[in-house]
Design a binder for this molecule. Sequence first.
Ligand code: G3P
Ligand code: CA
Length: 340
Amino acid sequence: MLTPCLVAATVFGLSLMPALAQNAPGGAAAARHAGFDIEAHRGGRALRPENTLQSFANALSMGVDTLELDMGVTKDGVVIVSHERGLDPDLARTADGSYVPAPGIPFVKLTLAEVKQYDVGRIRPGSAYAARFPDQLAVPGTRIPTLAEVFALVRRSGDHHVRLNIETKIDPNHPDESPDPERFVALVLDLLRREDFTGRVMIESFDWRTLRLVQEQAPAIPTVYLTQVQEPDANVYLDRPSPWTAGFDPRKYGRSVPRAVKAAGGKIWSPLFEDVDQQSIREAHELGLRIVVWTVNRPEDMARLIDMGVDGIISDRPDVLRAVAARKGVKLPRPAPVSP
Ligand code: G3P
Ligand code: CA
């Protein structure tokens, strides 16, 4: 019989126990990094318009283990792909070419037909956001995709390896800007079942309420606990309760974030990369958690984190991550060329 530790040690058939792998005969780099997860953040937003079929096709074509993306829900109950909970003034343009004014209308107030009117293929020129991604290839005419359209693209690519790390974008401080956790999870699980994609996804969130619901209703789907301790955008606090963590307050667990994630039922801990150190990585592994850090774009940070033993990296530059990972002995995912 497997021990609980070994049962917990497998997600998607990947090793959750790098410590064991490091002790493999010969200590080969390939064994040490078995199951390392190369994730394209929003499809790789430094290269193509984020969270679009353009970026996902680009990532599939270069070869990644996982497409990371963000989900919203329209007024008519369709799961769409967007980081913001509404139209993004730095991304969304009307037919006359003008960017929408801030704050953008929440998707829960727009039908899918209305959402599809907007062009998100070019970051607003001159914006601070555009300055962060000078290498992004603009693709005017690009629309916000539905999650079902992303699944269709993955099917069309013929890539049977790639998985999707899909995030419920819901903020407990702004309950009017998305469906409530129950409806959000019901819509996502219903879509996954209809599309036969439950076996190819992880569900991630800063809002642990949605992850608890996923665990209750679809226990086979791995849940990914996003955390940020650093202010100003923290969702986990070490000195007070948080509305984000469904009552799993690290103060009850020796001020340990990975222990709170474990107690909440997480399989994967996904912290801001600047929040982790060797000790927290070791602690998470001892708890049987995988650690997938975000969002790492500099090659020197990628190399350092791989050496520290993280199990995956989410990056806006999957091309750079592939190159760094290859140098570290990681087995690279195969390209699956596909057009958007
Ligand atoms: O998946 C991790 C990362 O995507 C979380 O940050 O804000 O880009 O969704 P954000
Ligand atoms: Ca995300």
